[in-house]
Design a protein around this ligand. Structure first.
Ligand code: ATP
Length: 373
């Protein structure tokens, strides 16, 4: 099912006695969600992700704008008539019901021509349970299940009516790191098997990037960028998006362009033909530095950090906006693991495709014709 959001806006009245301005949770959201895809809605806490999901589900009404499921305008349809399945962070299972009864629950309320016989209901519940691989646990109560298993029951319950749209609100937040990884892969598998258009809300960029066909990055109720995860990572629209995606995060420097050259501090690091002189922010991904004698950028090396497979060189630079600059290096540079000693200078060549420039005031991306020195 394709979902179209047109000028979607949601305002909440202010409850602040000093500030009477409405809270704009979702601001003029325009987006077409293609049929059968998994979309990651991504952004920091309070940016309007859950509100967007609740508007699509019908649990909340927009202040402005329209929502279409395919050709149908569903803006004023109640949630139960939209053909959606919803999964929340806290599972919301009925504690006194067994797994089977929890999954059967949405089917028992079907009326009229949709009403099912007991056999049909059991078949559907068994099918949904098999899909999420909990068919061996049907007679247990929720308290007899692990967090991951409970979340699977919640997903089975959302899937049992074969919804046209599956909406997942931070479904992995209550799980430990290993289970999160496993369950997110499960969600991807289930989505690919069922081909149900799925919207997945998370503040975890790695989670969204790993399983989504498209990610929507939001800030303060406003969409910042929509695209395939790798595209957005490789081509961020603004400083916010560049900083939000990537671990270790992108390194941001105060920089300036003079005579078609990019300077970080006193170092001329790239040639930038055609760009006027100006102050800019330069963002350099941690994998964009090549340690090389005679390299253009000089940083002070503080030490090496080994985090499993990843090896980062931790440096400082006086133009860096954060206290340390993190650089992903190859294993051959791993001479002093996790040791911090006296600082000494190290020179780097920069990979120009890993360098992004942003306007000082608007923080919008400045596109450059890439050209190394
Ligand atoms: P989180 O990741 O913390 O769940 P979120 O991105 O999902 O955050 P929302 O829950 O959509 O954000 O909230 C967006 C903004 O709207 C926040 O400023 C929030 O305080 C406000 N908000 C949400 N619901 C209400 C409400 N019922 N009444 C007033 N303000 C609300």
């Amino acid at each position: 099912m394709e979902i179209i959001l047109r000028n979607l806006t949601k305002k909440f009245p202010s409850r602040d006695r000093k500030n009477h301005e409405d809270v704009v949770a979702v601001n003029d959201f325009n987006f077409e969600i293609p049929d059968g895809k998994l979309i990651g809605l991504l952004g920091p806490s309070g940016c309007g992700k859950s509100t967007t999901l609740y508007l699509i589900s019908g649990l909340q009404k927009p202040t402005d704008g329209r929502i279409f499921f395919g050709k149908d305008d569903v803006t004023n349809l109640p949630p139960e008539n939209r053909g959606i399945g919803l999964v929340f962070q806290n599972y919301a299972l009925y504690p006194h019901l067994t797994v089977r009864q929890n999954i059967l629950f949405p089917l028992q309320n079907l009326k009229g021509k949709d009403k099912l016989t007991k056999t049909e209901m059991w078949e559907k519940a068994d099918g949904a349970a098999k899909l999420v691989q909990i068919d061996g646990l049907m007679d247990r109560k929720p308290r007899e299940l692990s967090g991951g298993q409970q979340q699977r029951v919640a997903i089975a319950r959302a899937l049992v009516k074969m919804p046209k749209v599956l909406l997942l609100d931070e479904p992995l937040s209550n799980l430990d790191a290993r289970l999160r990884l496993q369950t997110r892969e499960e969600i991807r598998r289930i989505q690919q098997e069922t081909k149900i258009t799925t919207i997945f809300v998370t503040h975890d960029q790695e989670e969204a990037m790993s399983i989504s066909d498209l990610i929507v990055v939001m800030k303060d109720g406003v969409v910042q960028q929509i695209g395939r995860p790798q595209e957005v990572y490789d081509n961020p629209a603004n400083l916010f998006v560049a900083k939000f995606l990537g671990t270790p995060p992108i390194n941001i420097f105060e920089a300036h362009i003079r005579n078609s050259r990019l300077f970080i501090g006193d170092d001329a690091v790239l040639r930038l033909p055609g760009l006027p002189d100006q102050e800019v922010y330069a963002g350099i991904r941690p994998e964009g530095f090549i340690c090389q004698e005679g390299g253009e950028l000089c940083c002070m090396k503080k030490g090496i950090e080994v985090m499993g497979r990843d090896i980062s060189m931790v440096c400082t630079h006086k133009a860096s906006l954060s206290p340390t600059v993190r650089i992903i290096v190859g294993a051959e540079n791993n001479t002093e693991p996790n040791r911090y000693g006296e600082e000494f200078p190290v020179r780097f060549r920069l990979l120009s495709r890993k360098v992004f420039l942003f306007h000082k005031e608007t923080e919008a991306r400045i596109h450059m014709r890439e050209c190394s020195l």
